[in-house]
Design a protein around this ligand. Structure first.
Ligand SMILES: Nc1nc2c(ncn2[C@@H]2O[C@H](COP(=O)(O)OP(=O)(O)O)[C@@H](O)[C@H]2O)c(=O)[nH]1
Ligand SMILES: Nc1ncnc2c1ncn2[C@@H]1O[C@H](COP(=O)(O)OP(=O)(O)O)[C@@H](O)[C@H]1O
Length: 206
């Protein structure tokens, strides 16, 4: 299915900075809309239902899986997370650009459903910095931080499957890189659609 809007998928190990980067991008790009995921994990301190996540009970999540409500879902760090069809389809069908902040398993599932999706992987500058960002964020207990760091190597080993990799060392530089990717994709997609429309017209295809 070919939609007029673009789909951007951002994945990263926990603590690499993807939420902060996506938030900064959304503040400067009014064409971009965030897809709010469903999760079975508990909310953190400042998180709000419907803004950061739809916090969902296990039975509610099961019912959504059974009802085929998710474009993709995955087990991540011992919880389940999923992107509902509602979170993206209507919006890209209407021409909005949507950004997803999901794990690599979900990102790879998204490309099955949306071949034009642009996949971006965020890396931390070092292991030490990843650990210290998770500790400084201060949202997760030590055992959860250890599990997230343990899972990070498996996650980072998937980075080569993505269209772009950004190293989030200097924050402003990483925001700039992200902005450049979004801009380039918009230009590329607009050109593709014009070329296709011209081809259809010349062949008299309605
Ligand atoms: N597959 C999938 N992963 C998701 C979704 N939403 C969030 N995630 C990922 O789940 C992981 C944990 O997210 P979270 O608990 O918010 O921790 P954080 O990444 O440290 O902020 C991250 O890799 C997220 O990108 C989703 O809808 N689908
Ligand atoms: N470039 C950066 N330099 C220093 N700290 C950063 C940078 N990017 C993000 N952070 C901080 O690192 C922590 C983790 O960032 P966050 O966006 O929550 O990561 P993620 O969503 O990938 O788990 C936060 O405290 C955030 O303020």
């Amino acid at each position: 299915m070919d939609y007029p809007g673009n789909l951007f998928v951002v994945a990263a190990p926990s603590g690499a900075g993807k939420s902060s980067l996506v938030k900064a991008l959304l503040e400067i790009d009014s064409q971009l809309q965030l897809s709010v995921s469903h999760t079975t994990r508990a909310p953190r301190g400042q998180e709000k239902h419907g803004r950061d996540y739809f916090f969902t009970s296990q039975p509610e999540f099961d019912a959504m899986v059974a009802g085929n409500a998710f474009v993709e879902w995955a087990h991540v760090h011992g919880q389940r997370y999923g992107t509902s069809k509602k979170a993206i389809e209507d919006r890209i069908a209407q021409g909005a650009d949507v950004i997803l902040e999901i794990d690599y398993q979900g990102a790879l599932q998204i490309t099955q459903a949306f071949a034009n999706a642009v996949l971006i992987f965020i890396l931390p500058p070092s292991w030490e910095e990843l650990r210290s960002r998770l500790e400084r964020r201060g949202e997760d207990p030590t055992d959860v931080i250890e599990m997230r760091l343990k899972n990070a190597s498996e996650e980072m080993a998937q980075a080569h499957k993505f269209d772009f990799v950004i190293i989030n060392e200097l924050f402003e530089r990483a925001v700039f890189d992200l902005k450049a990717i979004v801009h380039a994709q918009r230009l590329r997609y607009a050109a593709q659609r014009r070329t296709r429309a011209a081809t259809f017209e010349s062949l008299n295809i309605p």
